[in-house]
Design a binder for this molecule. Sequence first.
Ligand SMILES: [Cu+2]
Length: 133
Amino acid sequence: MSRIKRKFEAQVEGVFLALVGAFVLIACADRPEPHAVSMVEGKRFAPAAITVPVGATVVWHNRSPDRHTLVADPADARAGRGVRLPAGAPAWGSGELFHDERWAHTFTAPGVYLYVCGVHAGEEMIATVVVEE
Ligand SMILES: [Cu+2]
């Protein structure tokens, strides 16, 4: 094989690998966050109800200027009254989330989760995750 031919093949291989890399990057960049919920202006969750399969991860993103929390703990003294969990499901909560912060939770138990914002629980900032088997 001539040196020129080998050099040409190496260049073709390089271009091919670059194209594969570009496709992988585009595929990743285009994929939306799976099961995303936002906190938006007006002290509400959007969407206020979401259905996901068991094992799914929901990512919350605070897109509002306000501070929020996610509370799914019936024992929470301030916000727990509005919370409902499926029997046996572990409680969860985010702590404070400021503007543009994200928090994720993976749901391992099926059922209906009613969670609230601990800061605005009295203002009906409440939402639902339904986890299906
Ligand atoms: Cu809030």
